[in-house]
Design a protein around this ligand. Structure first.
Ligand code: UFG
Length: 330
């Protein structure tokens, strides 16, 4: 069985859907602080899914999941992931992300589980020294969120050396889109990400574009938007890699291509078929001008390649926005 921590959240739920659709038995462990029980109820319709509500900060919660299930691989998404919040409240991030992961790893050792796929991030690289960013780029994170993810990568290296625990760390760039059938999607409260914020904008709550004076093609920040279903497929490749005896490794997950905020905004207007109210605001603190992945290593080693373009991500995000709105108003 595969244990997915954070499987009720945005990215985790898309992996769970993909695993269930290929007939895997899955256990989701989630505190439901950020994830949603409605997502679990939807996922349960598509295969053999067990749900354990628990918090990684409580060792006994996670031990309980290992005690009663035969788990061979773990995929670990559960974490707080808001950069700005991590700067204001680092205690929350170090305690949850680092201590919570230590409990998970220690439970894995206790129960002899030696394979883990971990959600890492481009934020571990910090301010880019060159672009596109490959895996050899120095890792100097500039906020507590990125630091927690890098600390966990280091802990995983030491657990491999000492205990033979094999990890694959997937460093995501900007994740976008939703399930192609609008069954699940991005559902954050509050929402901070670009695409859902553009799509949600109304004349009462206009979209705020943070800065247009960056040193980029049109003055707005450039990011590498990777589709969430493509990302789920990369996790499946990473699980297979570990099952085939692969060594500890790490990969960037992105498209090798950057889009500016203005380009994403224009693509959203095209998908919606209407103009979207916009206000240009000062820069948001801590935003690097350009973040684009070099994904060659994932292509070569995992035989993974992104298939869905930005327009598909925006279209599915929009279909999901409409679905979510209708569910909430029911
Ligand atoms: N932006 C706006 N208005 C908004 C929201 C975002 O202009 O309402 C801009 C941002 O300033 C930035 C770009 O859109 O230039 C993308 O911002 P996001 O918040 O969508 O994404 P980030 O690039 O800040 O961060 C994402 C993840 C992080 C992760 C990081 C790694 O949210 O968890 O990618 O690259 F660390």
């Amino acid at each position: 069985m595969i244990l997915v921590t954070g499987g009720a959240g945005y990215i985790g739920s898309h992996l769970v859907m993909a695993l269930l659709e290929q007939g895997e038995n899955v256990i989701v462990f989630d505190s439901l602080e950020v994830g949603h029980i409605e997502t679990i109820e939807t996922l349960k319709k598509y295969g053999n899914l067990k749900f354990v509500q628990g918090n990684l900060k409580n060792l006994d919660d996670i031990r309980g999941a290992f005690l009663v299930n035969k788990i061979d691989t773990v995929v670990h998404f559960a974490a707080y992931s808001q950069v700005a919040e991590s700067v204001k409240n680092p205690q929350k991030y170090y305690y949850n992300n680092v201590y919570g992961t230590l409990n998970l790893l220690n439970a894995m050792l206790e129960f002899g589980v030696k394979k883990i796929v971990f959600s890492s991030t481009a934020a571990t690289y910090g301010e880019p020294e060159y672009t596109p960013i490959d895996e050899n780029h120095p890792q100097h994170p500039i906020n507590p969120y990125g630091k927690t993810k890098l600390m966990i990568e280091h802990i995983m290296d030491d657990y491999d050396t000492a205990y033979g625990l094999k990890s694959v760390r997937l460093r995501y760039f900007n994740v976008a889109g939703a399930d192609s059938k609008a069954r699940i999607g991005e559902w954050h409260e509050p929402e901070t990400h670009l695409i859902p914020n553009i799509l949600k904008a109304t004349s009462d709550k206009v979209f705020k574009m943070f800065g247009e004076d960056y040193d980029t093609k049109d003055g707005t920040c450039v990011r590498d938007y990777i589709n969430v279903e493509d990302l789920a497929q990369a996790h499946i490749k990473a699980i297979d890699y570990l099952k085939q005896g692969g060594e500890t490794n790490f990969f960037n997950l992105g498209t090798n291509d950057g889009s500016s905020v203005k380009e994403v905004f224009a693509a959203c207007e095209k998908v919606k078929g209407e103009s979207i109210p916009l206000e240009v605001c000062p820069r948001r603190e801590g935003d690097p001008a350009t973040l684009v992945a070099d994904n060659k290593k994932a292509k070569d080693v995992l035989s993974w390649a992104p298939e869905k373009d930005l327009e598909h991500s925006i279209k599915t995000a929009y279909d999901w926005e409409k679905e979510l709105k209708s569910r909430i108003s029911e």
